[in-house]
Design a protein around this ligand. Structure first.
Ligand code: SAM
Length: 221
């Protein structure tokens, strides 16, 4: 029993990464190729891949929406936890990144699962939601931080009861609790506002898990 949390030291984080990551040679190679093409190195951490897969399997996810897909590292990680007839909509702004994801999905034998949606998610979503044949089981938000709260309100009507909304960077690079953050103040304030909305939303029960840069998770009531 303990009434305080154990601080997540680098040593403990390495232990979690070593034992609970779902990263394999394919995903490592994906990151290398993305780096060679100057795609930013801002994918989720390896220990978050395993965590996302556990969450998807826990809710028997079949239909997932990701907002912010970059090179497809998190999209492929999640798609691997879906049944073969599942769908993962990968919303990504940058057409160059979208081409990269399509290629990688093909190589991973996931071209039938991963549907890349190109363009700004707030604009593409009304057409994307018309493709849904069932409500969403999971939404993973990992795009522009200023719009996180808008994304939450946008997707909630399409999430089934018991479904999850998961957001990365909930700790805002460690600055979320700082009143006067030393960098990216607008993004930090947006992430704080998002956390507050998620935690007090009448349709959700939420928590924040300090893995990677923090994963906020809300289950729809
Ligand atoms: C942190 S990266 C996503 C990382 C990815 N989830 C992973 O872990 O592999 C954020 C991505 O969001 C994309 N993005 C930014 N604004 C967006 C928008 N309005 N709509 C869709 N994607 C956006 C960026 O182009 C970038 O690729």
């Amino acid at each position: 029993m303990s009434t305080t949390s154990t601080p997540l030291t680098p040593n403990l984080n390495s232990f979690i990464r070593k034992n609970f990551s779902a990263e394999d040679d394919f995903l490592r190679q994906l990151l290398l190729e993305a780096k060679e093409l100057n795609i930013p190195e801002i994918s989720i951490a390896p220990e978050q891949t395993g965590f996302l897969q556990v969450l998807l399997r826990a809710v028997n996810a079949r239909n997932v929406l990701e907002i912010g897909s970059l090179a497809g590292y998190s999209a492929i990680s999640m798609a691997r936890a879906l049944p073969p007839d599942g769908t993962l909509y990968a919303c990504e702004l940058d057409p160059r990144f979208c081409d990269f994801i399509r290629n990688k999905a093909e190589q991973a034998n996931l071209a039938n699962v991963i549907k890349v949606v190109e363009g700004p998610a707030l604009i593409t979503y009304p057409a994307t939601r018309k493709l849904f044949t069932e409500p969403l089981d999971v939404v993973f938000i990992d795009a522009d931080k200023l719009n996180y709260t808008r994304y939450l309100e946008m997707v909630l009507p399409d999430l089934r009861k018991g479904g999850l909304v998961i957001a990365d960077n909930a700790l805002a690079w460690g600055l979320v609790a700082d009143e006067n953050p030393i960098s990216e103040p607008q993004n930090v304030i947006a992430l704080r506002t998002f956390n507050e909305r998620l935690s007090s939303h009448p349709e959700l029960q939420a928590t924040l898990v300090p893995l990677g840069d923090g994963m906020a998770i809300g289950v729809k009531l």
